[in-house]
Design a protein. Structure first.
Lengths: 268, 243
């Protein structure tokens, strides 16, 4: 009896799987398509299914030197980058200190406390101190507020790195000839890099998308991109809100793209 | 004496871990220390490596006080039960690690690492990552990484404890061969009496923080705490029953 020859081709995809893929693509892509349409539609009134006219003016205006949206993008990138870097670096050392403390459980429980309050409520509570520090309405004040949320978050995330094995790696590096600084740079940081990258990414997003705390502490003076999106939505300026939203999605999308291998590694 | 340990004591809180420990080790000797878990073996090794500080006592290396010397300047490598290879480095770079830290010239590093890998039968695996190796191969890389810096003393904390019986026996033979070839002085802690007898030139027994050093292998075997004599008697009785 002759057996069927093995050809390396996969079986044809069923109509059901094609339908499912199309449905998923539509589900994820639809908000972006709608945003793009809104960004080029100066007037899109109910009940029209599509805009009556299209214009690239709002997008072209972005290139103007005094464009507030572009300035907001710069402010947001700066704020989120500083928060991500400071929170991740501080979280790394705080997590190490907690791991080596006599009763690490207590300190770990304290790290959860900022999560007992929504960011806006936290902002209300710390606002009097921010005013006394003369930081109200400044980038420094917003930065301080965001760090109060991001540092405990990074600490909790990085706590899982400081196991007994990390300590053994550090000690082994010392006996192989490393100074404490060399053990950090040559061994600990490369070992922790996947977690550090996740912490950087998550704290960046935390600061990037924050509205309540930033809006309250900045008293309308530090207009980040997220704050601007809410302002335009409030003013019913759909086109500018859409342009701002597209800008808002750009850095996280780039970060997701850059980190896709790390994010998908468990699925591999 | 290369290493002299005198009246070493250490306690964690109220719990004494090492009690008045004294021993000596001449160059080229392998002191095999037998003991159960929690007997203070790891603490003793960590004090010698500079990773823990004793409460009392002295440690001298060639007559010089070793206690104020930081771990990176002691030239004593501590080997754990796990090989702890650096996952971000290849086999070659793992072995080269100590030389790179010491800023040894590139050509010399390459030559010495190649020689070490060939000696440990790892030449074909130089560019592999640690995750691509078997348990025995990983432990050999860990050995190579320690030996390449020509340590004055090798501190081994049950290094073959996680290997299967056959690989463990192979590694013991490899340790013996390399130790003799490089004239390595080591302190080898184990809970396996057979392993102690295989690798050791001198013997000790550590239990509840107290170290007993034996002047000869005969006395080590005959001490009832090592249970070796009882085990020998058991096998003899099995053999007699079989006949």
């Amino acid at each position: 009896m002759r057996s069927k020859p093995l050809t390396g081709t996969s079986p044809p995809r069923s109509a059901r799987s094609i339908f499912l893929t199309a449905a998923l693509v539509l589900l994820f892509a639809l908000p972006f398509v709608l945003l793009a349409l809104l960004a080029v539609a100066p007037a899109w009134r109910f009940p029209a299914a599509l805009p009556a006219a299209y214009s690239l003016r709002a997008l072209r205006d972005l290139l103007a030197a005094d464009n507030e949206l572009l300035a907001g993008l710069g402010r947001s990138v700066l704020l989120a980058s500083v928060v991500a870097s400071v929170a991740t670096a501080s979280g790394f050392w705080l997590a190490r200190a907690i791991a080596r403390a006599a009763r690490p459980g207590r300190w770990e429980a304290l790290s959860y406390l900022p999560y007992a309050l929504p960011p806006v409520l936290l902002a209300v509570l710390i606002q009097p101190f921010i005013i006394r520090l003369r930081l109200s309405g400044s980038v420094g004040g917003v930065l301080l507020g965001l760090l109060l949320i991001a540092v405990p978050f990074a600490t909790l995330l990085l706590r899982s790195f400081w196991t007994q094995q990390a300590r053994e790696y550090e000690q082994l590096a010392r006996t192989l000839g490393c100074t404490p600084r060399q053990a950090l740079w040559q061994v600990l940081l490369p070992l922790a890099w996947p977690l550090l990258r996740t912490a950087l990414f998550q704290t960046f997003l935390l600061a990037w998308f924050d509205f309540g705390l930033t809006n309250l502490l900045s008293v309308g003076k530090v207009r980040t991109l997220t704050v601007q999106v809410f302002t335009y939505v409030g003013e019913a300026n759909a086109q500018l809100a859409a342009v701002a939203s597209l800008l808002l999605l750009l850095p996280p999308a780039l970060l997701l793209w850059a980190n896709k291998r790390a994010l998908l590694r468990k699925a591999d | 004496m290369l290493l002299t340990v005198s009246h070493l004591s250490k306690a964690f809180g109220d719990q004494p871990v090492l009690r008045d420990i004294s021993c000596g080790l001449a160059a080229g000797q392998v002191l095999a220390v037998l003991g159960r878990s929690g007997g203070g073996k790891t603490t003793l090794l960590k004090i010698l490596a500079g990773l823990e500080t004793p409460d009392a006592g002295a440690v001298l290396l060639e007559g010089h006080d070793l206690l104020p010397v930081p771990p990176n300047e002691r030239q004593m490598v501590y080997l754990y039960q796990e090989p702890l290879l650096f996952p971000h480095l290849t086999v070659f770079e793992n072995v080269a690690f100590g030389l790179r830290i010491r800023r040894v010239a590139k050509a010399e590093t390459t030559q010495r690492v190649r020689e070490m890998l060939a000696e440990l039968d790892l030449g074909a695996h130089a560019q592999k990552g640690p995750h691509q190796l078997s348990g025995g191969q990983r432990q050999r890389v860990s050995f190579g990484r320690a030996l390449i810096i020509r340590p004055r003393l090798l501190l081994l904390d049950e290094p073959f404890g996680n290997l299967d019986a056959q690989t463990r026996a192979d590694m013991q033979q490899l340790f013996l061969r390399v130790s003799r070839q490089h004239q390595i002085t080591s302190l080898f802690v184990t809970h396996d009496s057979r392993e102690a007898l295989t690798v050791g030139t001198h013997f000790g027994y550590l239990d509840q923080g107290t170290l007993t050093s034996f002047p000869s292998v005969r006395e080590f075997i005959q001490d009832p705490r090592t249970s070796i004599a009882a085990e020998l008697a058991f096998w003899e009785s099995v053999q007699q029953t079989g006949h």
